[in-house]
Write a protein that binds this ligand. Structure first.
Ligand code: GLC
Ligand code: CA
Length: 556
């Protein structure tokens, strides 16, 4: 594999709205982020991805962009952005922004002009169709619920397409003029000094043409939008052009949010000549997921988690460099999802950190993960901000669940879980703001917060710091970054273990993914314990005793 500058780095996702508020308006902002760069550096972070901070009505928290060339005043100014780039550079850190180009906001100038003149230049930037028998042209269901076709404001007989929220009209990638505008914007940002982009919802840019109806799959008379997407072919042509016109000339670092690439397409996405530098491994994220609603989703067990991750590792092998996560702004907290209920504590959190962070690929930390932030309890549906959780609540009710059951169902997956403010300290509002936060802080901030963890050498935070340092240690780096991943004790229940094999070095990562202690065989004598999430390791040359949720990294 060709070695690239970002392979040995550690990446971190910031959800700006909830990271750090500098002016007391309850919304995190760019000056807040700048004030925490030294903190991130001390954790071992090199690459920072910012969720969208462009001008936006925030119908989908910034994933609905009204002006790609400006910063939303709630997040700061362009001067703040320039300052962030400069301050990051001073610290050898790289800034990556979110690239949201499947859709824009219905408040974007392009869409406004499209409404004024649907047959004019900007009408062709979107998918606009005439009503069929006075009704919606097609029966697709949008990701956030309800039809994916909505009346075009000011036109009784016309509809526009939105795969996501109705305030997120889809851009028409079939139109070369529209693509040109997108490339111009991307190049403008890259010229400014961005390292690259995380690329939002990108698989959706290709629609199955000609557009048509799909089989109805629920009582609402609509059809899941995936039915259309599965049929779409040719996204690669768009992605090749996108890469060649923007990323490649800038040597940009790019990570795709790719959920359903078709079998065998991986090399085209992240191979040596791929569309992107990397993409996320969502295999554990989507495990057990039901298209019929969150309330129908299956639990994920430790064995399922391991199997998902190993399957991806197998698939990616020498093809490319995957991005490993346990959570992001769309997902529950990793510790709440991947650690069995009632067993989430500082040992199990560190164990989970160990097994995912040392996989082959680029490790990403989502804000708050490094202190072990957990899902947030929900009292009533009124407290929920996340539009997809509100929709899934309705789906559960319509399926006959009681309000209480529906709430329990969405509690596990609500995107609010990851979006509560960062817990900096035990002070009011977790030290996130001096005002009223836009989303309630998790009530557990008195027990889980950075200030206390900084003072405790055994904290989850310090453990993440050690993991990052280990992956960068010149002694082991080559093996931990490029060494082959080979599963160990793959069929043993509640064990997650793997070798990282370098040219002349073998490291073994071993975790006891359960609360009961147990003895496990060692394949060879251990020369040195590189990391241990508990105080002791009891072993001889042939076996090791692991306590519940113990994880060790051994040099063999
Ligand atoms: C991606 C984003 C998510 C957003 C959606 C629409 O999945 O991560 O937050 O709602 O795209 O832009
Ligand atoms: Ca603010």
């Amino acid at each position: 594999m060709k070695k690239l500058w970002w392979h040995d780095k550690v990446a971190y996702q910031i959800y700006p709205k909830s990271f750090c508020d500098s002016n007391g308006d309850g919304i995190g902002d760019l000056p807040g982020i700048i004030s925490k760069l030294d903190y991130l550096k001390s954790l071992g972070v090199d690459i920072i991805w910012l969720s969208p901070i462009y001008v936006s009505p925030l119908a989908d928290q910034g994933y609905d962009i009204a002006d790609y060339y400006n910063i939303d005043p709630r997040f700061g100014t362009m001067e703040d952005m320039d300052e962030l780039l400069e301050q990051a550079k001073k610290r050898d850190m790289y800034v990556v922004m979110d690239l949201v180009v499947n859709h824009c906001s219905d408040e974007h100038e392009w869409f406004r002009k499209a409404c004024e003149d649907p047959d004019g230049k900007y009408g062709k930037f979107f998918y606009i169709e005439t009503a069929k028998d006075g009704k919606r042209p097609y029966n697709w269901r949008s990701y956030f619920g309800g039809p994916a076709w909505e009346k075009l404001p000011g036109h009784e007989d016309k509809y526009y397409m939105h795969l996501f929220h109705r305030k997120q009209p889809d851009l028409n990638w079939e139109n070369p003029e529209c693509r040109e505008e997108i490339y111009r914007m991307i190049n403008w940002w890259l010229d400014k000094g961005l390292a690259g982009f995380r690329i939002d919802a990108i698989i959706n840019i290709k629609k199955a043409l000609p557009l048509h109806d799909y089989p109805v799959d629920r009582e609402d008379g609509l059809s899941d939008v995936h039915n259309m997407l599965h049929e779409a072919v040719g996204v690669g042509d768009f992605l090749t052009e996108l890469r060649d016109r923007t990323f490649r000339p800038h040597d940009a670092f790019t990570v795709g949010e790719v959920f359903d690439e078709k079998p065998g397409e991986l090399p085209q996405f992240i191979g040596e000549d791929g569309y992107f530098s990397s993409m996320y491994d969502f295999a554990p994220t989507i495990f057990g997921f039901s298209r019929e609603g969150w309330h129908k989703s299956e639990e994920i067990t430790p064995d399922d988690y391991r199997n998902c991750v190993f399957k991806t590792q197998q698939k990616v092998k020498d093809v490319g460099f995957i991005s490993n996560i346990i959570e992001n702004h769309d997902e529950p907290r990793g510790v709440s999802r991947y650690i069995p209920e009632g067993e989430c504590d500082s040992s199990s959190k560190k164990m989970l950190a160990t097994v995912y962070f040392l996989l082959k690929g680029l490790p990403w930390i989502y804000q708050g993960q490094e202190i072990g932030m957990e899902n947030v309890p929900i009292g009533t549906i009124q407290e929920v901000d996340d539009i997809s959780a509100r929709y899934m609540y309705q789906v559960a009710l319509e399926d006959g669940l009681s309000e209480k059951e529906a709430l329990t169902a969405i509690q596990k997956f609500s995107r609010d879980n990851a979006r509560t403010p960062f817990q900096w300290s035990a002070k009011a509002q977790a030290g996130f703001t001096t005002g009223t936060p836009w989303l309630n802080v998790n009530p557990n901030y008195k027990e889980i917060n950075l200030e206390e963890q900084l003072a405790d050498p055994d904290s989850v935070f310090h453990y993440y710091q050690r993991l990052a340092a280990l992956r960068k240690d010149p002694e082991y780096k080559e093996t931990l970054v490029y060494g082959e991943l080979i599963p160990y004790l793959e069929d043993t229940h509640n064990v997650m273990a793997y070798y990282r094999k370098g040219e002349d070095q073998t490291i073994l990562v071993m975790a006891n993914y359960q609360k009961e202690g147990r003895e496990l065989a060692l394949p060879a004598a251990c020369k040195k314990v590189l990391l241990n999430n508990l105080a002791d390791t009891k072993m001889n040359d042939a076996s090791i005793w692991l306590e519940g949720y113990q994880a060790v990294v051994l040099l063999l």
